[in-house]
Write a protein that binds this ligand. Structure first.
Ligand code: SF4
Ligand code: SF4
Length: 266
């Protein structure tokens, strides 16, 4: 992508940014995140269908912040995560330069986070039919059967936390799973411990998850954790009328409306 390389190099040469977060060649046939600090480094930038890692995960990392102002290569899932991070006051207009990449692999330069929101309004998150069918079937199960289903699906989880590390919206400096006084979540990878971990993760991401699937792609065991986050997206949409990131909306589960239909609010 020559245009992307040229733009990234020019941003570094003019010192508008000090690092460009993008995709480069990885091991075997994979791609990986690369951090270019010189125009020459930018020659390593690539973009193709293998670039599925959500690079927005690096925007909140202390090690990256130390490198200076970043530019970031941002296909749709990354753009959505950037918007959500902005809505959560983690980034501002002047803290980064966004090098958007359209689904047609064209470079899009955004003047502001608001411009990203306008662009994304025409590219709403759409949960594929096959996932909707599976989620519907799981929800239709009797509670005991659904419980057994998740215990079995989550059984291979050994709590490596790669899913958490890959998620741009899991940016707490200390995750509740590392808290041991008191120990809210069991450390062990037994049925209860795995359920606790995954329910907690899904709830923390409710109304925030941007459906990028980076968590699932990072899981070495191939556990279909996307079913939890996609289902939560649907639930939030149906119950709160919100779907996808927005700069003009409070966080779904940490705000309330005095006119809420539930009685707890009165
Ligand atoms: S929970 Fe998974 S799908 Fe949702 S934003 Fe995080 S990495 Fe992406
Ligand atoms: S990446 Fe997979 S195995 Fe690791 S903690 Fe997440 S779900 Fe469990």
């Amino acid at each position: 992508m020559k245009e992307l390389i040229q733009k990234a190099a020019s941003l570094l040469e003019t010192n508008v940014v000090q690092v460009v977060i993008g995709y480069g060649k990885g091991s075997a046939d994979r791609t990986r995140a690369i951090f270019s600090t010189t125009a020459a480094d930018c020659e390593q930038l690539i973009f193709d269908s293998r670039c599925i890692q959500n690079l927005a995960v690096y925007l909140t990392k202390a090690e990256i912040k130390k490198m200076g102002k970043p530019a970031i290569v941002a296909p749709l899932p990354v753009l959505r995560s950037i918007l959500q991070l902005a809505a959560e006051n983690q980034i501002t207009d002047d803290s980064l330069v966004v090098l958007g990449v359209s689904p047609e692999s064209e470079l899009i330069e955004f003047e502001s986070l608001a411009a990203i929101e306008t662009y994304l309004a025409t590219k709403q998150i759409a949960i594929e039919e096959k996932y909707q069918t599976t989620i519907k079937a799981i929800k239709a199960m009797p509670v005991s059967e659904r419980f057994a289903y998740w215990v079995k699906e989550l059984e291979p989880c050994f709590k490596c936390y790669a899913c958490r590390a890959a998620c741009p919206l899991c940016y707490c400096t200390r995750c509740t799973v590392e808290n041991n006084q008191p120990q809210w979540i069991s450390v062990a990878s037994h049925s209860l411990g795995n359920l606790e971990w995954h329910i907690m993760r899904a709830m923390h991401l409710a109304g925030r998850c941007t459906d990028c699937e980076a968590c699932y792609n990072a899981c070495p065991m191939g556990i279909p954790i996307y079913l939890l986050t996609k289902s939560m997206l649907q639930d939030v949409s149906e119950n709160f009328g919100t779907y996808g990131p927005s700069l003009h909306r409070d966080n779904t589960l940490s705000s309330f409306n005095p006119d809420d239909k539930e009685s707890f609010i009165r």
